[in-house]
Design a protein around this ligand. Structure first.
Ligand code: BG6
Length: 485
């Protein structure tokens, strides 16, 4: 691996403290960083390298670290004092990075800052000559939200592309860094027995659920302007959908993989504004209990505007109009303050064509399910029917666990894999702009209707599995939500 310099804008913020720096530490401890790899924090504080290093040491004090690795790690840290809006700060940064210091000229610019600043900072980098790839590569890392709707995503892309080429931009969707999400691809494409069944002939429907028992956790300022549909569905859950539904790629290189994902997004049947209510449900949590503890409703959370109608729960029904999936519904669902924090893909198969056993009607025979639990437990489970013990020919459900089912203590943090991929120049787990834009096209009509019909939003009790209204998305009475394993 080549040496590089990681520049973190927003170095002293939450993302840097909670995710980036611990992930870089783990990579260092695992021997995955080269000796010449350096981390430059860019921030407003009046700090020198020493002060920045003590700050990082303080953050890592809560984690398990080894003394010699920690010293090696801290020695990589340098600080560049500056304000994002200050014209003079960028030439100073340039001087630090490309001047007399022995920093590698392969540079990652990580934007751990508010999305509203992405365009401005990338412009400043371009203007001071830090975007061009003279003497080393230059990569720009940004994280969702990539815009607020299709139009703003386009304008963000337009401003980034003035100074950085698409091949220099790494758009993180941290869900793709999760090993369990990547396992969807391995399970599908390393097991021949699944492929003949993986289509409209055998699959009744697919559910993708991300539920959280947590609320807005001090992020209401951002969350109230976003809502569940933008926060989780437009980004993470549509990405999971592409992995479940895509055709086998020619190989796993970034372009082949992303081409196939884009084909899925392009094939999603557009939802006309007149059909939004038939395809989407939104709701907001009211007070309730989680694990026996009382929790307030969304409107009583700190920093939530008094009459907010922001949805903290969203469920969608989508159809993918292609040869493999036509008329198979994909149900996507997410919510805050639900009964349990869990993420799962549940694939329900059709009933066998004939009922031979004791249940009176075919619908009473349990169908097969494949459950891919993404977190907190990792698990791929198949539910099959076998004969019940006893004299009669009755069926019962048995579970086949195709992978270790439990909490994996060695699960890597999603950021570790992604930060390394940026250094290695591997785009496979990052979003190409056309993916972002097609994902906005899927949700935009719903966002438009919801933003106008603002006078009414259904409630659900905190600690429940969401509003009963979500059941109306199903096509038949024998369809029901699978919440956890
Ligand atoms: C983030 C959302 O992108 O993903 C959060 O902004 C959400 O609201 C989080 O809680 C969920 O990801 P994870 O990895 O914490 O389950």
């Amino acid at each position: 691996m080549e040496d590089c310099t990681y520049v973190i804008f927003g170095a002293t913020g939450n993302l840097s403290r909670i995710k980036l720096i611990p992930a870089l530490y783990h990579l260092d401890a695992a021997g995955r960083l080269t000796d010449g790899m350096k981390v430059v924090g860019f921030g407003r504080r009046d700090w020198d390298d020493g002060a920045w290093r003590s700050q990082v040491r303080g953050w890592l004090a809560e984690k398990q670290t080894e003394a010699d690795v920690l010293e090696r790690f801290l020695a990589r840290f340098h600080f560049c004092q500056g304000d994002l809006a200050d014209e003079a700060a960028y030439p100073a940064l340039r001087e630090m990075l490309l001047g007399e210091n022995d920093f590698s000229h392969n540079i990652v610019f990580y934007m751990a800052i508010r999305p509203a600043e992405f365009g401005k900072v990338s412009r400043k980098l371009g203007e001071c000559g830090l975007a061009g790839e003279k003497g080393g590569w230059r990569r720009l890392v940004i994280e969702k939200p990539f815009g607020y709707d299709l139009e703003s995503a386009e304008s963000l892309n337009h401003s980034l592309s003035r100074d950085f080429r698409e091949s220099q931009i790494y758009r993180i969707d941290h869900y793709l860094g999760k090993g369990t999400v990547q396992n969807v691809l391995v399970f599908r494409f390393a097991n021949l027995m699944l492929e003949p069944l993986w289509n409209r002939n055998y699959i009744d429907h697919v559910q993708i659920t991300h539920s959280e028992s947590l609320g807005t956790e001090g992020r209401a300022g951002y969350y109230d302007g976003a809502g569940a549909l933008r926060d989780m569905i437009q980004s993470h859950l549509l990405q999971v959908l592409t992995l479940v539904a895509m055709e086998p790629p020619a190989n796993l290189d970034a372009e082949s993989l992303r081409d196939e994902k884009v084909k899925v997004l392009r094939s999603i049947r557009p939802i006309p504004q007149s059909a939004v209510n038939a395809h989407a449900v939104r709701a907001q949590y009211t007070a309730g209990k989680i694990n026996g503890e009382k929790v307030p409703g969304y409107l009583d959370e700190p920093d939530v505007p008094e009459h907010s109608v922001t949805e903290t729960y969203a469920a969608l029904k989508l159809f993918i109009d292609n040869w493999r999936w036509r008329n198979v519904p994909f149900f996507l669902r997410t919510g805050k303050r639900m009964a349990k924090g869990n993420s799962m893909v549940a694939i329900r198969f059709k009933h066998p064509p004939q009922q031979l056993f004791r249940e009176t009607q075919i619908e009473q025979l349990e169908p097969n399910w494949i459950l891919m639990n993404l977190q907190p437990n990792e698990c791929i489970r198949m539910e099959m029917q076998v004969k019940q013990n006893g004299l009669e020919m009755r069926t019962e459900t048995t579970r086949l666990d195709a992978s270790y089912c439990g909490i994996n203590p060695d699960q890597l943090d999603a950021y570790e894999a992604l930060l390394l991929d940026v250094i290695e120049g591997d785009h496979s787990l990052f979003l190409r702009y056309d993916e972002v834009s097609w994902a906005w096209k899927v949700v935009d009509p719903i966002l438009k209707v919801w933003s106008v019909e603002r006078d009414y939003i259904t409630g659900y009790n905190a600690g429940s599995w969401g509003p009963p209204e979500a059941d109306r998305l199903f096509l038949r009475q024998d369809q029901y939500w699978r919440n956890t394993l």
